[in-house]
Design a protein around this ligand. Structure first.
Ligand code: 3PG
Length: 319
């Protein structure tokens, strides 16, 4: 049993549904998704052969974290765990299923769509919930409204999510991972087009990361020079200065460092939707990081690549 199922789901940030009637397709789908950057699947218990599909993924594609979805009772959870499920997803919140999983040390992501569901779920000690059916239950505005009274919970929106509407979810810190069958398109599954599944995964990973130009960092020699540099951009372009511990920002575009920092010429901040997800994908590609800046809560807010380009250090940052 992997101890870190929830950690991996958060790092990947995408939770593809596998819903097949031919169990021999499950492992090739999981493999294609993994090659595309998504080594996690939820096999839905909707077909009589679903447990066999799940067991096949566990056996033939061990790199992939496999969970069971559409689990509606403790008995179903028990059978799924026996077949190899490393986490459980349920459409709603059944306290007996939750307790069964907790007693057996298996992560569970139960479905919620209301404040009452969340009161019950948080009273059971849970902090991560499937938000289902996401689209028709109000989407991200509903998630944000629920985060008012339940500030420390995060969601796996699922149901009605597609490439067309996933971006706001990917940009939201309230979203733990995005779930859906759009990551395993029916046509590709029917025609055994594993290359298309891999491309779908790559496209989803790219959209979930949302890399974009963040800012340019200028290495100044002193606090005064950094302040003057930020003011220079304000006077000319109206980019308002903002002081933080190590620098002055001019808008979001320029960061004037209070003393020389990484990079002979300065640095480039590459913004992304989630540093957790970006680090996972880039480290998976073999990239190395040399320095992490954390906030007082211990959360990484900047991650510097080991390598530099054109005299510039490069770091990941939030948007
Ligand atoms: C689920 O079981 O989580 C949903 O049926 C998935 O919905 P989707 O097919 O719209 O992604």
């Amino acid at each position: 049993m992997r101890a870190n199922a929830m950690e991996l789901i958060e790092q990947v940030g995408l939770l593809p549904l596998v819903n097949v009637s031919d169990p021999s397709k499950a492992a090739p789908i999981a493999r294609a998704l993994s090659e595309g950057g998504i080594p996690v699947v939820e096999v839905t218990l909707r077909d009589k052969s679903a447990l066999e599909s799940l067991a096949n993924v566990r056996k033939e594609q061990p790199e992939t974290l496999v969970g069971a979805g559409t689990v509606k009772s403790p008995e179903q959870a028990a059978r799924a765990i026996e077949a190899g499920a490393e986490f459980i997803v349920s459409p709603g919140l059944n306290p007996s299923t939750v307790k069964y999983c907790q007693e057996n040390g298996v992560a569970i992501i139960p479905g919620v769509s209301t404040a009452s569901d969340l009161e019950l779920g948080t009273s059971l000690g849970l902090r991560t919930f499937k938000f289902f059916p996401a689209d028709v239950s109000g989407g991200l505005p509903a998630i944000n409204a629920l985060r008012g009274p339940f500030g420390d919970v995060r969601f796996v929106p699922t149901g009605g999510i597609s490439f067309e509407n996933m971006t706001p979810y990917a940009e939201s810190g309230a979203v733990f991972a995005i779930g859906g069958s759009f990551l395993t398109p029916k046509g590709a599954v029917e025609s055994n087009d594993w290359a298309a599944i891999k491309r779908t995964a790559e496209r989803a990973v790219e959209a979930s990361l949302g890399f974009a130009m963040g800012h340019v960092g200028i290495n100044c020699e002193s606090v005064e020079e950094a302040k003057e540099t930020a003011n220079w951009f304000d006077e000319r372009f109206g980019l308002k200065p903002r002081e933080i511990d190590i620098s002055f920002f001019a808008g979001k575009a320029v960061e004037a460092m209070k003393k020389p920092s990484f990079g002979r010429c300065g640095h480039i901040g590459i913004a992304c939707n989630s540093i957790t997800r970006a680090l996972y994908q880039l480290e998976r590609k073999g990239l190395k990081f040399r320095f992490f800046k954390k906030n007082p809560e211990g959360k990484i807010i900047a991650a510097y690549l080991e390598e530099e380009v054109g005299g510039f250090a490069v770091h990941l940052c939030g948007k």
